[in-house]
Design a protein around this ligand. Sequence first.
Ligand code: TYD
Length: 138
Amino acid sequence: MKGIEKIKLIELPTIPDLRGNLSIVEEMDEIPFKIERVYWIYDVPGGQVRGGHAFRKQQEMIIALSGSFDVFVDDGTTQKTFSLNRSYYGLYIPAGLWRQMQNFSTNSLAMVLSSTHYYVEDYIRDYNEFVTLSMNHE
Ligand code: TYD
């Protein structure tokens, strides 16, 4: 299976309620990894782009808790864009994919559930290096 085909847009369990809805993620259940870190991106000025790199080991799930944004992914040969605009969908991205977040709406809030702590060495920020590495893994 190619890297890009391993990405999954997962509908999260949701409890609808007239008092307000509630959605759930549990590690090793909706997400196929243990959560070691959670971070979130907010107050993104219009037109700004986040990400623009790949991770060697980090697997992640990205959820648009509020507002909307696009997640552009690339496995070195194929590209795809996922639009996230509902807080009950999680985008699962395995390791080894280039990814970029863009087109943030006003007041959008992106939560990232990560399988690793922050390691600067886990980042591949050079696109040519990423393409070379992804070819060697095929
Ligand atoms: P970075 O991951 O490059 O942001 P993005 O991919 O969303 O554009 O992180 C931006 C800065 O924040 C960078 O200096 C590293 C730091 N950072 C941490 O210290 N810990 C973390 O968990 C994360 C995600 C980033």
